[in-house]
Write a protein that binds this ligand. Structure first.
Ligand code: ADP
Length: 323
């Protein structure tokens, strides 16, 4: 490779900027030309591509969001869109790609590099942590710390009024933010998409604790829970437990923003460095992950197909610690 492109795609995540910085500076250090591609695959199709130097990534390691912007691209799902994208890369001689994004973005990258001879390296950038082959994804640690900070504040007011709060955190298909933030804030119960939600069990647990006059004040729900997220769970609990003062709080997009945590900056920097090293050593179509604190490479399609091993004993721990 001699010229590489870098883009951020799909859902945004804090730490993406630190990853971009690492890719650009490692590339330049190794004598490569580096191009920034705006708004994910859209920029490739619309030729919104610019030359980057060390200065282009100055003062961004600490910033949330992504300087390259991100988007979902319908056109890239079509063969004609990917053809256009390829021509724009070829025109500049770009012969390697680093895609920072989630499983959808990897699916796109895999397809693209099957069709055209451009090696793609994926970096897991998602607050949901729903990608196999890595212990960390860029943005998860920041998102979960933001959720914990917010839930701690809710706990104060819940406690002051003896209220039960149902707090919805992000996670349409994955319960990691809910599990981590729920365990870290001492929630009574955590409801996640990966397991069946037993409403009767939840209600009997809450009723039993009310009888014992235990302060019960937190249920954490992932937005993608099978019962339908915070509003629906809140409604059910209000109906079934009319004597309890129940409120619903949906944390929403604050979980995507903010300065990346120390951990997210570090993993983004390490992964970004190794993405370029991977292209230089001839690897293609792999995701760079970290497992047991060592760099770990798995094919992009495996990262997409497999889910992270699910830590099922956490639910049991949460239940026991909340008794
Ligand atoms: P994330 O990367 O956060 O999972 P998306 O699922 O929205 O986000 O995927 C990001 C983009 O990747 C999509 O908008 C689309 O352009 C591209 N993409 C996803 N799946 C495919 C696919 N099967 N073929 C081609 N492109 C895809």
């Amino acid at each position: 490779v001699t010229k590489i492109g870098v883009l951020t795609s799909g859902g945004d995540a804090p730490g993406m900027n630190a990853a971009i910085r690492a890719v650009v500076r490692t590339g330049i250090y190794n004598g490569l030309e580096v191009y920034g591609i705006m708004r994910g695959y859209n920029g490739m199709i619309e030729d919104d591509i610019f030359h980057m130097d060390n200065k282009s990534v100055a003062n961004i390691i600490q910033r949330g969001g992504t300087i390259l912007k991100t988007a979902r691209s319908k056109e890239f799902m079509e063969a004609a869109g990917r053809q256009k994208a390829y021509e724009n890369l070829r025109k500049r001689g770009i012969d390697g790609l680093v895609v920072i994004g989630g499983d959808g973005s990897f699916r796109g990258a895999q397809r693209f590099s099957n069709e055209f001879d451009i090696p793609c390296i994926g970096l897991p950038g998602t607050i949901d942590k729903d990608i196999a082959g890595t212990d960390y994804t860029i943005g998860f640690d920041t998102a979960v710390n933001t959720a914990v900070e917010a839930i701690d504040k809710i706990r104060d007011t819940a406690d002051a009024h003896d209220r039960l709060f149902v707090v919805e955190v992000m996670g349409r298909d994955a319960g990691y933010i809910a599990l981590h933030s729920g365990l870290a804030t001492g929630a009574e119960s955590v409801l996640i998409p990966e397991t069946r939600t037993d409403v009767e069990d939840l209600i009997s647990g809450l009723t039993e604790k009310e009888k014992r006059k235990k302060l019960v004040n937190l249920v954490v729900v992932a937005e993608g829970d099978e019962m339908g997220g915070g509003s629906e769970i809140g409604k059910i609990l209000k109906n079934r437990l009319p004597n309890m003062d129940i409120r619903i709080s949906i944390l929403g997009h604050i979980q995507r923003g903010g300065a990346p945590s120390c951990q997210d900056r570090i993993i983004a920097s390490r992964m970004g460095y190794h993405a370029v090293e991977s292209l230089l050593s001839g690897r293609h179509n792999v995701m760079v992950g970290i497992v047991d604190d060592k760099m770990h490479y798995i094919p992009l399609d495996t990262a997409v197909k497999e889910k992270q091993a699910f830590t099922s004993d956490w639910l049991k721990i949460i239940k026991i610690l909340a008794s």
